[in-house]
Design a protein around this ligand. Structure first.
Ligand code: EPZ
Length: 429
């Protein structure tokens, strides 16, 4: 299993190209199931989760070809996928495939909307707490699907197609909103989604569905209205930049010091996180090319942060911020409100010398003068990258084990950081 070796203490200077968003690319690929025509997606990141989803879609009969790069193409831009779900050969998504990635459960909505039935294993995914699918099932039921749960599978049926309905989410859910959108796009009649997730990735999927002929308005607000259509057609869409990757490298630059341009990043996708970085003492400058993050020799200020659905501070940046605050000049508090068990990084950060105390959903972080390198490992994607951030400022060598978590969600991480001067290398084994 690969490992990443980091020797801390180098400042970061240079440019980091931001990839297409994992959490938009995955539902966009799944949306291809809604049409017989080809969906072309540009700027798809090269990630293990994308490859895994290609396998899952392949099992349903979806054909995916990856366009080669032409001379003159930007080497940093993502891949172009031509996805054709012309013939769906199987409406079952088996345990062996779905258990590896939670988002693959989302195939249930387009399959039942287009084929009238779907049998999808209950999901797996990162170890960040119990992650039920009750609200996704509720959304499908509101669209007229009959649901049975049997032997670890959710079986959804709508022999005469889905029909529009009122879906009022008691809690903001990204996956629930994607499910409602994809189901409603092909339903008979109008669907109103209340308390919808406002995450930018929802807007990106809605934009793509509209290019495919869907009639969706209000995406990006908490009330989305979908007028169902009889069929969707092919389209071409570029995946929006990854706001979590952007925030991660912004925190890395704030931790290590230096001056980094996050190329293609869009500030409006992560304003809450940028505001926190400014409070912590980083200089954040939006430019035509992206976002510049700089921090000179001055120390980091502690912050008080609570995670919340968009436009609040994202849970997917909580671990990275905690890593940053381990070196602040004082005590910070970070409260996690989205997932109840998303603190697996705490004990690993402690190995590097961090002082963190957990009390329920709040972590108290007492900044320390120095961190010291150590072997560490983590259990989820964002937790792993928080260890990389801490290691950039730790004295000596840190070895991050179980790198496959990083490869699920960060494209060429060691390469992007090394180009800015970090002493980081992958050790393959
Ligand atoms: C998406 O997960 C993201 N995944 C997660 O990113 C992200 O952390 C999360 O949204 C929150 O922003 C993808 O986009 C692929 P939710 P999702 O449904 O959709 C509860 C990463 O690191 N809930 O918004 O699964 C749930 O337990 C990943 O890239 C129910 O109670 O999250 C949680 O407390 C990790 N019942 C809250 O809602 C349900 O049926 C929000 O979850 C569904 C969710």
């Amino acid at each position: 299993m690969d490992r990443i070796r980091i020797v801390g203490g180098q400042r970061l200077n240079g440019t980091i190209p931001i990839s297409g968003a994992k959490n938009a690319a995955l539902p966009l690929m799944i949306a291809s199931l809604l049409t017989e025509d080809t969906l072309i997606l540009d700027n798809v990141p090269r990630l293990v989760d994308v490859v895994q989803l290609q396998r899952i879609l392949g099992n349903h009969g979806v054909d995916i070809t990856i366009a080669g790069k032409r001379p003159g193409d930007d080497p940093n831009s993502g891949r172009t996928l031509h996805i054709s779900a012309k013939t769906i050969v199987d409406t079952t998504a088996p345990y062996e495939l779905v258990s590896k990635m939670r988002a693959s459960f989302w195939v249930v909505a387009p399959l039942v909307a287009r084929m009238g039935e779907a049998k999808v294993s209950m999901p797996g995914g990162c170890a960040i707490g119990t992650r039920p699918v009750d609200l996704l099932i509720m959304a499908l039921e509101r669209l007229g699907a009959e649901i049975e749960i049997e032997g670890g599978y959710v079986i959804a049926r709508a022999k005469n197609g889905l029909r529009g309905g009122e879906i009022n989410f008691p809690k903001v859910t990204v996956g629930g909103t994607h499910t409602a959108l994809m189901g409603a796009a092909l339903a008979h009649g109008t669907t109103v989604i209340e308390n919808a997730a406002r995450e930018p990735e929802i807007g990106d999927v809605a934009d793509c569905l509209n290019k495919m002929g869907a009639k969706i308005s209000g995406a990006g607000t908490s009330r989305i209205v979908v007028d169902g259509v009889a069929r969707l057609h092919g389209a071409r869409h570029a995946v929006l930049p990854d706001r979590i990757e952007t925030g991660t490298y912004a925190m890395a630059a704030a931790m290590a010091g230096g001056d980094v341009l996050l190329q293609n990043a869009r500030p409006e996708l992560l304003q809450a996180a940028l505001d926190v970085l400014v409070r912590a003492g980083a200089t954040v400058t939006p430019t035509n090319e992206g976002i510049r993050i700089a921090r000179n020799g001055a120390g980091l200020e502690p912050v008080e942060v609570t995670t919340a659905p968009f436009p609040g501070f994202p849970t997917d940046l909580q671990a990275q911020l905690m890593a940053l605050m381990t070196r602040a000049k004082g005590t910070s508090h970070i409260t996690e409100t989205i997932f109840e068990n998303r603190f697996m990084h705490v004990q690993e950060l402690a190995r590097l010398g961090a002082h963190i105390h957990l009390d329920g959903e709040t972590a108290t972080i007492e900044g320390v003068e120095r961190l010291k390198g150590a072997p560490v490992m983590a259990t989820d994607l964002r937790a792993s990258v928080s260890l990389v951030i801490a290691a950039l400022a730790a004295e000596g060598e840190t070895m991050v084990n179980r790198v496959y978590h990083l490869d699920r969600g960060f494209e060429r991480l060691e390469d992007k950081l090394a180009r800015c001067g970090a002493a980081i290398e992958r050790i393959s084994s």
